[in-house]
Write a protein that binds this ligand. Structure first.
Ligand code: SF4
Length: 283
């Protein structure tokens, strides 16, 4: 079987940073219980690795998680957390590490700067995602655009409008939504916040010129950057599948498959992708 893997694959710089931050939290606070608030990244293997270090992972509502902890160290997840919740943890005397990806931190900072200058923010993002929740907690002047049709529903009486987006969106989809916003609000200012990892992986997929019997997108179904890649792969190649481990390949009939393209989300271990490549090459 011919197998091509799109580069880069393995962890992005943001995920590396999150894991380093967690290591530091464990090493610098010997003996204290370390809690991860929210899934550190959207990848079960990384979460299991984190748990193997004795870290307790509390998913779900972050504020309730902080309410339930009276002592110890808390590490906030890669996707960003509201200032109010971080402050609550500090006020409780917990040792706090914010492991938000530097791209997410920059986005939150940019939004705050525009809010201070009296802008309304149109935030293009995924409802319910931690990153979108962190953004929306900043101000009531932030309006979530989840899909193209939302652009028509927005009512703002302010000539100062900035358009900012979640870091892991599709460059293509963003382009269409920007176009619609430009038509409705020609005076709007645009800030493109797609992170380097998402941008490069999407670009590599879009510029791929060959045909394949099968396209495999490796990554978690809760990972937005993976799901963006998967959606783009399905649009380009109708025979795209999303798996998170080699074992899931057993459910597919691969006997007639000869040419395979593999790409991976940003929170998938390099070794995991290489396991899949090895498995396919040995078929
Ligand atoms: S995918 Fe992008 S936003 Fe998410 S952790 Fe990696 S670099 Fe940061």
């Amino acid at each position: 079987m011919n197998v091509k893997v799109l580069k880069p694959y393995g962890f992005c710089a943001g995920v590396e940073y999150v894991i380093k931050t967690l290591d530091k939290a464990v090493n610098d606070n010997n003996g204290k219980q370390v809690y991860c608030i929210g899934d550190l990244v959207h990848n079960d293997e990384v979460i299991n690795f984190v748990k193997s270090k004795g870290v307790k992972v509390i998913s779900g509502n972050k504020e309730e998680a902080i309410d339930s902890i009276d002592f110890g160290v808390v590490v906030f997840s890669a996707h960003g957390t509201s200032d109010k919740i971080i402050q609550k943890a500090i006020d409780k005397g917990l040792v706090v590490y914010d492991a938000a990806c530097p791209f997410v931190k920059k986005e939150l900072l940019d939004i705050k700067k525009y809010i201070e200058k009296d802008y309304d923010v149109l935030f293009i993002g995924v409802p319910g995602h931690d990153e979108a929740n962190a953004v929306l907690s900043i101000s009531s002047k932030i309006h979530l655009i989840a899909r193209l049709s939302d652009v028509e529903q927005i009512n703002i009486n302010n000539k100062k409008i900035v358009v900012i987006n979640q870091t892991t969106l599709s460059t293509d989809e963003l382009h269409y939504i920007h176009f619609a916003i430009k038509k409705r609000f020609p005076y709007a200012v645009f800030e493109d916040e797609i992170c380097n990892s998402s941008r490069i992986r999407q670009k590599m997929l879009l510029s791929e010129a060959n045909d394949y019997d099968l396209v495999i997108v490796v990554g978690d179904k809760h990972s937005n950057n993976t799901q963006t890649l998967f959606k783009m792969a399905k649009e380009k190649y109708c025979n795209a599948i999303n798996i998170s481990s080699k074992e899931q390949l057993h459910t597919f009939d691969l006997h007639k498959t000869q040419n395979v393209l593999i790409l991976s989300g940003a929170s998938v271990m390099k070794e995991k992708v290489e396991e899949i490549i090895k498995f396919l090459k040995n078929l």
